[in-house]
Structures are given as C-alpha cells and as structure tokens.
Ligand binder design. Structure first.
Ligand SMILES: Cc1cc2nc3c(=O)[nH]c(=O)nc-3n(C[C@H](O)[C@H](O)[C@H](O)COP(=O)(O)OP(=O)(O)OC[C@H]3O[C@@H](n4cnc5c(N)ncnc54)[C@H](O)[C@@H]3O)c2cc1C
Length: 355
C-alpha cells in the first residue's frame, strides 16, 4: 500500500484549508499528501460567515461583506456599524472549487475514499472526522437556512440581522438570522440552541415559512438553496493520540458560545503549516483558555435560563462594535473582556461559576 508524508482525514473545511495552506506555502514540493474524503461530490452545502478580523485565503469566495448589523428581541432593537471588521459570507461551493483546482495541479496530492487504501505508518496525520456517537442530550446549535429570491426588491442589502429573537422560544433559545445578498436575495436561517432530543423544534420548514410571511411580510419567493446543520456546543471527546492532530470541529475549533468555526480553522491551518516540520513537538493549538472558561459559564447560564438569553445577547451587543466583534472572534484584550462581562447579569453568572 502507498505511503504518504501527510495524511488529512476528511476533506471538508478544515482538511481542504490545511491542504491549501500547505500547497501555497510550498510544503508539498517534495512531500506527498493523501486526503481521505468519502463524500460523493463537492457542491455548495454551507455558507460560512464570520467577522474578518484577519486576512484569509478566500476573499474570492466571498458572496458579500457587510458593515452593519442588527440584533433584536420582541421589545427592543439595536444596530451596530463596523468598518474595520466586515462580516463576510463564503460560498462553500466556490471554496471547494478553488482548492480542488489548485491541488489538481500538484501530482503529489491524492484523494482517497477510504483510509484502508493507504499505509499510515510513517505519515503525519491530521484528522477532521468525529468518530464519537452523537450525544443528543448535550447542547447543540441546530438550524436550517434557505436562500430565497423575491421578485420585488425587498431587502436592505447593507444590513444583516444577526439575531432576531422576536419568535417562538418554546423554552429554549431560538432566533432567526438574515443575510441579504442583494435587494431580492437573502439567506434566512432558523437557529436553536438546545439539545437534539426535542424533535418538535425541528419543524424548520414551517418555522421559516411563518417567519418569512409574518415577520418579513414576504408572500412570493422561490428557494434557491437549503442548508441544514447541527454544530456541537461542546468539545469532542476524541482520544489524544499523539500521532494524530485533530483539526476543524473535531480539533476544538468551534467557539462554543457562538458556533463560529471557519476563521479559527484558517488560523489553525496557518499555525500547523508554520510548525509543520516539528508539529508533534509544537504546543497544541486552542482558542485560548479564557474563552473556553467564559464560554463554559455562558453556556451553563444559557441551559439554566434560556428565557433570559435574548436580553443577555442584546446587552452584549450594546458594547462598542469593535469590542463585541473582537470578543466573539477570540481577539479581545482584558479591558474588552471586562467590558463584555460587566454587561452580564451578575448574580446568575456568579452562581453559574459554582455548578
Ligand atoms: C450548514 C452549516 C453552516 C455553518 N455555518 C457556519 C458559519 O456561518 N460560520 C462558521 O464559522 N461556522 C459555520 N459552521 C460550522 C463549521 O464552520 C463547519 O461545520 C465546518 O464545515 C467545519 O469544518 P470541518 O472540516 O471540521 O468539518 P467538515 O467541513 O464537515 O469536514 C469533515 C469532512 O469529513 C468527511 N468525512 C466524514 N466522515 C468521513 C469518513 N469516515 N471518511 C472520510 N471522510 C469523512 C465529510 O464528508 C467532510 O467533508 C457551519 C456548519 C454547518 C453544518
């Protein structure tokens, strides 16, 4: 069986980002890479959005960038503007095409469907595949989004609605998210923060239909694209094999309080490539202990007091736009952290420290 210098298990966001980073930094000139990916075809399956707090390789895959966003509850609404850190949405279809076509120019890169097809013995291995069974009792961010197109020019394309809590909460945390790509095209998502046991929360089609009709006042539209997912808001319990480096969601790259992962994956890929020759000796990359600690407390409060979350999120977003964006993108300093923490209801967060 064939041997490779590097093996990447899972050719999704993290696997392909790492392969691309290796290729553009000329680390695959005299090394071989195998990517193990079992999907039948690559096509648009996700829309990755994030605040661009540092440069990444995929500006040419961006559908649209925005500088304005709102968050609203049934009582109140708040608008923020930020010119320094635009909010960007990436079309995963373009991302896959760009990377696959770049990699196809290098004969040292091969794709396989199954791990059994190669010999792993002497390879450096990067894994983005979860082996563990889905634990439905834990906290997840689960959602469905549809890209709709209307005949009339309905959307304000300059402003996104990050969280609209003006909807049925059903004893959990529920919001809608609207990304207007143009005046007549937008991605609208219904998002829940809850366990995965309550099937009644998953009537996503109906939720979207009602929201579009009743909240957005849109009657006629066609659906161009649908995406659906469940992001674990807990760290994977993968075995820490010192020969395997976990990447992507499997490598703890999801920010647990938000589900944002894409830009963390980019940062992790850059870190791996910088240290590729001594990767097994390099410090394990993580999102930062302070965010892991703060998110743990935040999620404890969210589980215990879901009804308080719309107001808590709204208050957080009343900080300056730089502060909240940097905090949510793991780039805040101590003063910015204190600013955000001081906006939380003190007693319930204090109690959450101890249980
Ligand atoms: C619909 C959706 C929308 C999201 N939107 C955002 C967003 O807006 N912003 C953000 O920051 N994050 C977002 N996320 C979270 C996160 O960025 C994505 O989940 C991202 O794709 C994670 O990258 P990954 O490489 O860890 O996993 P994946 O991209 O899922 O890659 C894993 C790959 O492994 C392959 N695979 C699985 N099992 C095997 C096997 N046994 N053998 C071989 N291959 C296998 C899969 O086919 C897949 O290609 C979203 C997630 C989803 C599901």
């Amino acid at each position: 069986m064939k041997e490779f210098d590097y093996v990447i298990i899972g050719g999704g966001c993290a696997g392909l980002s790492l392969a691309y980073e290796l290729e553009i930094n000329e680390k695959l000139k005299d090394k071989t890479l195998a990517i193990i990916e079992n999907r039948k075809e690559y096509k648009r399956d996700k829309t990755w959005s994030f605040w661009k707090v540092f440069d990444h390789n995929f500006d040419d895959c961006v559908i649209k960038s925005w500088n304005n966003f709102t968050i609203n509850t049934s009582e109140s609404s708040h608008e923020l503007t930020n010119k320094k850190f635009p909010y960007q949405s990436i079309d995963s279809g373009k991302f896959y095409n760009k990377i696959k076509s770049k990699l196809s120019t290098n004969s040292k890169v091969s794709f396989f469907k199954n791990l059994n097809e190669i010999n792993l013995e002497n390879s450096k291995i990067f894994n983005s595949v979860f082996e563990e069974k889905i634990d439905k009792s834990k906290l997840w961010q689960h959602f469905q989004g549809i890209e709709i197109e209307t005949q009339k020019k309905i959307f304000d394309e300059e402003i996104i609605n990050l969280m609209d809590f003006n909807c049925d909460q059903r004893n959990d945390v529920h919001f809608f998210y609207t990304l207007p790509f143009s005046k007549n095209k937008a991605l609208i998502e219904t998002t829940w923060l809850s366990d995965l046991e309550d099937q009644s929360l998953m009537d996503y089609d109906l939720q979207l239909e009602n929201y579009i009709k009743n909240n957005l006042g849109i009657k006629n539209y066609k659906i161009n694209f649908t995406e659906k997912g469940a992001i674990p808001l807990f760290y994977p319990s993968l075995k820490n094999d010192n020969k395997i480096i976990n990447i992507g969601s499997a490598g703890g790259m999801t920010r647990l309080s938000t589900g944002y992962t894409f830009l963390n994956i980019q940062e992790h890929s850059k870190y791996i490539v910088k240290n590729i020759d001594k990767i097994y000796e390099a410090k394990i990359f993580n999102l930062g202990n302070k965010y892991q600690f703060l998110d743990k407390i935040f999620l404890r409060v969210l589980k215990k007091h879901p009804e308080k979350m719309p107001k808590i999120f709204l208050n957080m977003f009343k900080a300056s736009s730089n502060t909240i964006i940097k905090f949510l993108s793991n780039k805040s300093n101590l003063i910015e952290d204190i600013n955000i923490i001081s906006r939380m209801p003190k007693l319930i967060f204090f109690k959450a420290l101890f249980n």
